[in-house]
Write a protein that binds this ligand. Structure first.
Ligand code: SAM
Ligand code: MG
Length: 230
């Protein structure tokens, strides 16, 4: 048996397609004469049920609520998300901005788009780019993107070099750079380096305290460009 590195994201449950949760240890129709005995846990992994219109989406409800408020306030003309997986979050961003009457292009970048499940009929205002976050050349085509811009790192490779590239070449005053999921782990295992890396951006970015403390997945990872672009 060959053991692969579980540190690399391979997909929750290794299946990018959405399947409604199946209860194995209890009936879905619970008898009401045993109402008080019903288990109170879900009976399946909560991430298994996060979906948007049948596409898996790896953002939990609290995180969705934060993005909802951020989109309404920022009214982004471009959203860039590193890490596509099934593509559910891209469709969700597109649909939400459309509902809000925002003319927004949603750009997804991933080194493996084979798992993307967005149907051809659902691709308007969404563009997909195959590229590796390890190489900053991957981002050159973004330079012409419209602002305000929301940039989300949900791939977690080369994050701080990408952040530096974005600050030097992309982000304008008021634009956002979001690091999802990783900050609590990095802070736990490499607190000194994390503080040093974030501190290096003190003259250009600030942490937005309205959104940086409102969901676990966005914990202390929501940054806004405070300085003018050179
Ligand atoms: N954004 C999606 C959502 O919220 O539903 C989930 C993205 S998933 C957490 C992470 C994705 O990052 C995977 O699809 C993986 O292929 C991609 N990824 C990992 N390392 C990468 C790299 N070096 N360059 C580009 N994409 C990468
Ligand atoms: Mg995420």
């Amino acid at each position: 048996m060959e053991f692969t590195d579980l540190n690399l994201f391979r997909g929750l449950g290794e299946d990018p397609a959405y399947h409604p949760p199946v209860l194995k240890d209890r009936p879905r129709d619970w008898p009401l004469d045993r109402w008080a005995e019903a288990p109170r846990d879900l009976g399946f992994s909560d991430f298994a049920r996060y979906q948007w219109r049948g596409l898996r989406m790896l953002k939990d409800p609290e995180t969705q609520a934060v993005y909802h408020d951020l989109l309404w306030e920022l009214r982004p003309r471009t959203i860039v998300e590193l890490g596509v997986y099934g593509g559910g979050s891209l469709v969700w961003f597109r649909d939400l901005t459309r509902l809000m009457g925002i003319d927004c292009q949603v750009i997804g970048i991933d080194r493996d788009l084979s798992r993307c499940r967005i149907p051809a009929s659902e691709k308007s205002n969404i563009s997909l780019h195959e590229g590796d976050c390890a190489a900053v050349e991957t981002f050159e085509h973004l330079r012409s993107a419209a602002h305000p811009l929301l940039f989300i790192d949900d791939a977690h490779t080369n994050t701080f070099n990408i952040m530096k590239w974005a600050v030097d070449h992309l982000l304008e005053h008021g634009d956002y750079f979001v690091i999802e999921d990783m900050i609590p782990f990095w802070h736990r295992y490499s607190p000194r380096l994390l503080e040093e890396y974030l501190g290096a951006f003190r003259d250009v970015l600030t942490m937005d305290m309205v959104y940086a403390n409102a969901s676990q997945q966005l914990d202390r990872g929501v940054f806004r460009r405070s300085a003018k672009k050179d």
